[in-house]
Structures are given as structure tokens and as C-alpha cells.
Design a protein around this ligand. Sequence first.
Ligand code: TXA
Ligand code: MG
Length: 314
Amino acid sequence: MATIGTDIQQAKHLLQNGELVAIPTETVYGLAADATNVKAVAKIFEVKDRPRFDPLIVHVASRDHLVKYVKSIPVKATLLAEKFWPGPLTLLLQKQPIIPDLVTSGLDTVGVRCPDHALTRRLLAELDFPLAAPSANPFGYVSPTTAAHVEDQLGEKIPYILDGGQSRVGIESTIVGFEDDRVIVHRLGGLSIDDIEAVVGSLTVQTQSTSNPTAPGQLSSHYAPRKKVVIGDIDKLLHANNGNRVGILSFEKDFGSAHQCILSPSGNVQEAAQNLFSALRMLDAMPIDVIITAFVPPEGLGLAINDRLKRAAH
Ligand code: TXA
Ligand code: MG
């Protein structure tokens, strides 16, 4: 059984010994290992049941550490890191040999980010290696946003969960790559497109599932609960599902059902993002057959929420 606590020294010792520790971040909880230790990184893939073609994100204490792990930093990447780190932004950069191929699934780029969570930043500052950490859930399932979510699914398989409370942002980081002078968004996430464009100008969004197996965050089905998810007009779906045991995931409206989760009663997309994955987990545990939901307003983080809903419904 995992111990749940806030003991940074214990987390540090486990990580130094090649063990896994679940860590809180502002986006979702990560399942962390020493990114420079191949054996430790291999445990991540085992515990998550994750295919080895799915590369991991490497977490660093600050921008100053980047030079050790990446070969070069495009000007636009520097601008973004200066503006948004620590924060929910992952940059894809050319990796140095110290980052094992297992971490990047053989790609020559590595995803790096500096997470914005006090406990995890203190931990990173004490370590002389960066942390490889995917979301701390079994492959394909909804990401965890509390220590209890991690405990529920991976508690038997890992020694320690660093408890940093509920994740503030609630959805995974936005992933950005650089090709020549172009900025490409590979995964919508906790930092909005508008915020990124304000710094680097116009960009390309390339998040559709492709035949490229190196980015499963882009697989059509991902971030999915076990129950079937259907998206549309909730009133019409309620009518169409008359006779089924239905759970409702609504943005702001109260449908007066015992089996419903309201993402943000005040209609705020940030609050909705924060509650999304907890709500999907709660509905998954209810005595229902189908989860019906509707897209949220497609602005700011609403775009990332709708992306996750689509993948959950696939
Ligand atoms: O917010 C987050 O990003 C969280 C927290 C823990 O930091 N992490 C996270 O990791 O969501 P994960 O493993 O669940 O998703 C990482 C995704 C991969 O599925 C892949 O799509 C993409 O990041 N990725 C990582 N490295 C990449 C690379 N070199 N090239 C392309 N995509 C990459
Ligand atoms: Mg994940």
C-alpha cells in the first residue's frame, strides 16, 4: 500500500533509489521517476501498463536547468518559458543524450515542463536529476487530480504519494513544439491558445489523431471513463435514453437528478476544467449505464475541456 503524505525527504530518498513516487502538479498528479535512470523509468511503463511508444514528459525545477537536458532552445520557446513557467505548458525540444531513449520513445525531442506546485518544486530543487512523469493513472483512463484518485488505482503498486491537495488547473499541460519558425500545439491543455498566441503570434493546432503513434495523448480514445459517454443536447439525450440508467455531466445547469455532476454552477470554464476529471470519476462510480454530457463554451480552457470530452466519448 502506498503511504500518502507530505514528506519531501521520504519522496527524495525513494526517487534517489530508483523507486516511483506520485507527485502533485497544478495540472494533474504525475507518476514520477528519475528521468536519467532507465530502470526507474521502465517501472513507470509497467505500473501504468503504458505502451513504450508513448513518450514521457520531463519535469525540471526551473528554466535554468534546461541546458543540461536539451540541445538548443528556439527563441519562441524561451519567450514562452519566460512567460508561463512554472505552469501548464510542455515544450518539445531537441534532447541531450543524458535523457534516455526510453523516456522519449526513441524520438529526438523531449517534452519538458516546470510544474507550478510548491511541494513538487521543493522536491525538484532537492534532486540533482529531473523527473519523468506521465499522469498517474492506468493507461487510457482519466487523469488523477487528488492523492485519493492515485491511491484508488495505483496505491498497491507504488510506495509513496506526495499529497498536494486538489490540482488547481485540473487538465494536463498544453504541449507545444517548434518546426523551423512555426509554433505547433500538439495537445490542448491547461494553458489556452489565446495566451500562447499573445506571446508568439499565430500558431498551428495539430491535435487531431493521426497515424503517428508517438503521441497517444492524441489518440481518439483516451482520458476515458469505463462508462459510455455521449455528447449532445442534454435534454434531447435524456429523452432518447428514457429507460436507461443515466448520469448527467453538465457545464452549469442543474437537471435536478440524483446522478449528475455540475462542472461550474457559475458557468466558469476554469472552474469546469478543475472539476472535470473528478466529475468523470464520480459518475463512473455511480449506478448508471451511460454518461450524457454537452460541450462547454469553446473559449479559453473550454477548448481543452471539449477535446477531453470528445476523447472520453470515443
Ligand atoms: O500536465 C501534464 O502534462 C501531466 C503532468 C503530470 O505533468 N503529464 C501528462 O503526461 O499529461 P502524459 O504522459 O499523461 O502525457 C504526455 C503526452 C504523451 O502522451 C505524448 O502525447 C506527449 O505528451 N509527448 C511527450 N513527449 C513527446 C515528444 N517528445 N513528442 C511528442 N509528444 C510527446
Ligand atoms: Mg496521461
